[in-house]
Design a protein around this ligand. Structure first.
Ligand code: BGC
Length: 914
């Protein structure tokens, strides 16, 4: 069964030079936002951008041509799809509606648009090819592996398994015209042809619950193959497949067995004949290669003395290698991977190296980062260098590893003793700022080491700079934290023995992150992970993929399923995620209702308002009832909010009317019961924590006539009782900043954002953090649960940076930034903001600067979008736009509250207010 709308295929393609009008459309390379080889949906969606210097450009029509070859497309012979001239202003997510595509079909496409300012020429050509769409089309490609341990391996709490080096010599009889490989290598693979690594991905493929779905990667390998003998080489690492904590808590931690692979190589010869090469029992392997152990938590052991020169070229005798055997399939359905693999995305040079008393050295990278260290070393055969990774140091200068639990986080390199040796691991990563190096006979220099930053190959889409240095450093810390925790799924932390994709950490986090990174395909994949982990009766786990079998049936964690889909819809106008997941989301909502709704409230909650600042600095979990918000308050309010979102989804979907009626009725009942039980006579909620008040306000549960009073109480609590400090945990913090600002207290939100004293994000900065901590008291609390690189406490802070401080926000009505709401809070406390965001339509910019009597605001609105721009005055004679006075010019405006609202079309504008 194939999903029709599963994923976006964003073939972002802008225009080359244009004729027949005065629009100058700048040439920009066609850019593929997903791997265009191996598209796994029957109706991919196409997007393009109009890049121009002309202002007020609106698309009026488009025509898409799709052909089965580049040649045909060049001649406008659209044998797959000619959309015809379509009257529409839609330029993103256009559903392919041509001939039915089959496995491995090739598609070449281009587009031409007509605008109010003229028409473009045909765009450059972009391309995609279909993956293997049905199980049958794998044509009995078999899985091969070897289900045995070898000396040195162990299945234990600290599982150890050497990497498998696999080779297959093939003989290609004729000249190769085209060749493509479809590869599944579990848990992780590196693939070579004739000694050359294919692709620049690392730690591939992305992790899934391999019993549910298995991702394959596709590569065009035409240029690597030649007529005659060729060698296909693979190294298989363990990843999450051969679990890290194998026999430790099998009831909790999933394991999938020994590494295995399946591969299909399609070769088309120049004479138009073809051949398919597949994995089988003739493929050979050795467990005796240099990677002796590889375990995500414990590190990699590499013995260079075991290197096997030329093992992956045809200049090698493999007669004493073992044959792989046919093994059971992992169980999951093969799917083309539509989200990018990880890559080395940057490098960090260490800033200092210090000798310790024990003859080891402490290396400081100057930044808490995620990835690994490249080592450069000279020495004797058998010399052993170890590198142990940690986020911080103890007072005596030694590594602080207590917060890593039982993760051993050590990479080991044993030298072969042949001059300079350069090494980096292949199948592990670490979260670290400091590294303890041992084994050097003389003091190494900084040049011996280079940090490699590893995360999903996604574009950075946002920049942000403002007049407050604390807020800028928080932004930078968030940027490092978010990217470090993208590992083919969003994980909680990259260093201790956990690294799990916890749902609750990203409920709103995903939304804030979407301003900084193009995380659309990652989160679309994650929604699939969640769906695949749903139980038959509708429950979804706390962690997905459910590598840890936790099914706590909460609302606030599980609700991420719905909230992340809502984010993808709002930020990327992605309706497909709603269409794909609606039935499963509804099933979960029904399941919660059937099992946990009592007296119109939901009492089931697992984690509370996780990680509120506790009563004493040493503890992790507060026991103080005045700080904790009742679980029923959290779950019921959140469930109410999700019902509202489901109602919206049902409308978008055109779902059964009964669904809408049901969501609506139930939410009304919950609201009534909630206010009856928890709204106090003094217009506070429950025990009057900030979270207990902020949720009903943010979700629209407060009776209209009491809103002001409840909000006043909320601000009193934040401002007076908590002395302008954070008192919320993971749940409350998701709504705090926006609720304060949208109700007129941006200044209080600014105070929270710029605070340097405990508890605050700025307090982390003041204490040397270069990422975001798991706990507000992360520098003093017990190490048992105290990571220094968790992103969940960001709450809605980044959303607030962009939407409320920069004024870059997508409207709900026209999502994906088709209509942009530019409404910065100029009064909150900043004197300038300079921010940008690369939306699906193009670059949005907002740069404002104010002095006592003057505001200067430069904005950029991409072609084919418009913006509602809120200028902070009611007097149009004080406003100029691109030097024209507003009251004398031609721009339309209206007055709303104490602002002028302009509706601007695309272009770059300088607005001055005197
Ligand atoms: C994780 C969190 C997670 C939480 C839930 C922690 O151990 O690191 O990020 O959300 O557990 O209880």
């Amino acid at each position: 069964m194939k999903k029709i709308f599963q994923y976006v295929v964003l073939l972002l393609c802008s225009f080359s030079a244009m004729a027949q009008s005065d629009i100058k459309l700048h040439h920009l390379q066609c850019e593929m936002l997903t791997n265009p080889l191996g598209i796994d949906v029957l109706q991919p969606r196409l997007s393009w951008q109009i890049i121009t210097n002309e202002t007020e450009v609106e698309q009026t029509q488009y025509q898409v041509l799709v052909a089965s070859s580049a040649e045909k497309l060049k001649n406008n012979h659209a044998d797959l799809w000619d959309s015809g001239k379509v009257s529409s202003n839609a330029s993103i997510n256009i559903t392919y509606s041509g001939k039915k595509l089959d496995s491995k079909d090739e598609a070449y496409w281009k587009v031409k648009v007509w605008t109010n300012k003229g028409e473009t020429e045909w765009s450059d050509t972009a391309h995609w090819s279909m993956g293997i769409l049905t199980y049958a089309d794998w044509k009995s490609t078999r899985w091969i592996g070897y289900n045995q341990l070898f000396p040195g391996d162990s299945v234990s709490q600290f599982s150890k398994l050497s990497a498998r080096y696999i080779r297959k010599q093939i003989d290609l009889k004729k000249n190769v015209k085209k060749a493509k490989v479809y590869l599944m290598g579990m848990g992780l693979y590196e693939f070579y042809i004739n000694g050359e690594k294919i692709g620049n991905q690392v730690l591939a493929p992305v992790p899934t619950d391999y019993t549910k779905n298995v991702k394959y990667n596709v590569f065009d390998v035409t240029s690597q193959l030649k007529q005659g003998e060729n060698v296909l080489g693979t190294i298989l690492g363990n990843g999450r497949f051969f679990a890290m904590r194998q026999e430790y808590k099998p009831y909790k931690i999933k394991s999938f067995g020994f590494p295995k692979m399946a591969l299909q190589l399609d070769v088309e010869y120049e004479d138009s004949t073809s051949e398919t090469i597949k994995t089988d029992e003739t493929w050979k392997f050795t467990p005796n290669g240099p990677i002796r152990a590889n375990n995500e938590y414990d590190g990699e052991v590499y013995d260079a003395r075991n290197e096997i020169p030329n093992w992956n070229t045809n200049n090698f005798d493999d007669s004493n290698w073992l044959n792989l055997t046919w093994v059971e399939e992992p169980g999951g359905f093969p799917e083309a991977q539509m989200t990018p693999n990880m890559k080395v995305m940057g490098e960090v040079k260490p800033i200092s190296i210090t000798a310790t008393k024990n003859g080891t050295y402490i290396l400081d990278m100057g930044q808490n980062m995620v990835g690994w260290l490249q080592l450069k070393v000279k020495g004797n055969r058998g010399d052993t260098i170890t590198m142990k990774f940690a986020e911080s140091l103890k007072a005596d200068g030694a590594l602080y590893i207590a917060n890593l639990r039982d993760a051993r986080v050590t990479d080991t390199y044993i030298l072969k003793g042949e001059g300079e040796e350069i090494w980096e691991p292949k199948f592990v990563y670490h979260g670290f700022r400091f590294v303890e190096i041992s084994g050097f006979k003389t003091k190494p220099t900084l040049d011996n080491f280079l940090g490699k930053v590893v995360y999903d190959d996604m574009e950075t889409t946002g920049t942000f700079d403002c007049s407050n240095p604390t807020m800028n450093q928080i932004f930078k810390n968030a940027y490092w934290g978010i990217r470090g925790n993208y590992k083919g799924m969003p994980i909680d932390c990259p260093q201790r023995n956990e690294r799990q994709p916890w749902l609750g950490d990203r409920t709103t986090g995903a939304y804030g992150e979407s301003f900084l990174f193009d995380n659309q395909t990652l989160y679309a994949k994650w929604l699939d992970d969640i769906k695949f982990s749903q139980t038959l009766d509708g429950g979804i786990p706390d962690v997905a993929p459910a590598f840890w079998r936790y099914y706590g049936d909460g609302v606030t964690w599980q609700g991420a399923y719905i909230k992340v889909a809502d984010m993808l819809y709002k930020q990327f106008a992605d309706e497909s995620v709603i269409k794909n997941h609606y039935p499963y989301m509804k099933k979960w909502m029904d399941y919660m209702e059937a099992n946990y709704l009592k007296n119109d409230l939901i009492a089931k909650d697992k984690y509370g308002d996780w990680c509120v600042p506790p009563e004493s600095l040493e503890i992790i979990r507060s026991q103080d009832p005045t700080r904790l918000t009742d679980g029923e308050v959290l779950s019921s309010a959140f469930y109410y909010h999700l019902l509202q979102t489901m109602k919206k989804f049902a409308t978008i979907m055109g779902a059964d009317k009964n669904d809408i009626v049901h969501f609506d009725d139930l939410s009304k009942r919950i609201k009534t019961a909630f206010n009856k039980k928890y709204l106090n006579k003094n217009n506070t909620y429950a025990n009057n924590t900030v979270t207990a008040n902020v949720l009903p306000l943010a979700f629209g549960m407060v009776p209209d006539d009491l809103k002001n009073e409840v909000f006043k109480n909320l601000t009193h609590e934040v401002e007076v009782v908590k002395n302008g400090h954070i008192s919320t945990g993971v749940v409350g913090t998701q709504f705090l900043m926006r609720t304060l600002t949208e109700n007129g207290r941006g200044d209080l939100a600014f105070k929270l954002a710029s605070n340097k004293t405990y508890p605050s994000w700025g307090y982390m900065v003041e204490n040397g953090a270069t990422t975001i901590w798991e706990l507000w008291n992360g520098n003093t609390a017990d190490p048992e649960m105290n990571s220094q690189n968790h992103v969940m406490l960001l709450g809605d802070l980044l959303v607030w940076y962009y939407e409320n401080m920069a004024g870059i926000k997508s409207s709900e009505a026209d999502p994906g930034f088709k209509q942009i709401i530019m409404k910065p809070d100029f009064e909150a406390g900043l004197s300038y903001v300079n921010a940008s965001y690369k939306s699906s339509y193009g670059l949005i910019k907002s740069h404002w600067k104010k002095s006592k009597n003057h505001l200067e605001w430069h904005i950029t609105i991409p072609a084919n979008t418009s913006a509602l721009v809120y200028v902070p005055t009611t007097n149009p004679s004080k406003v100029s736009i691109n030097k024209d006075r507003l009251d004398k010019g031609s721009k339309n405006y209206r007055t709303e509250a104490n602002k002028l609202v302009l509706e601007l079309k695309s272009g770059t504008y300088s607005i001055h207010v005197n």
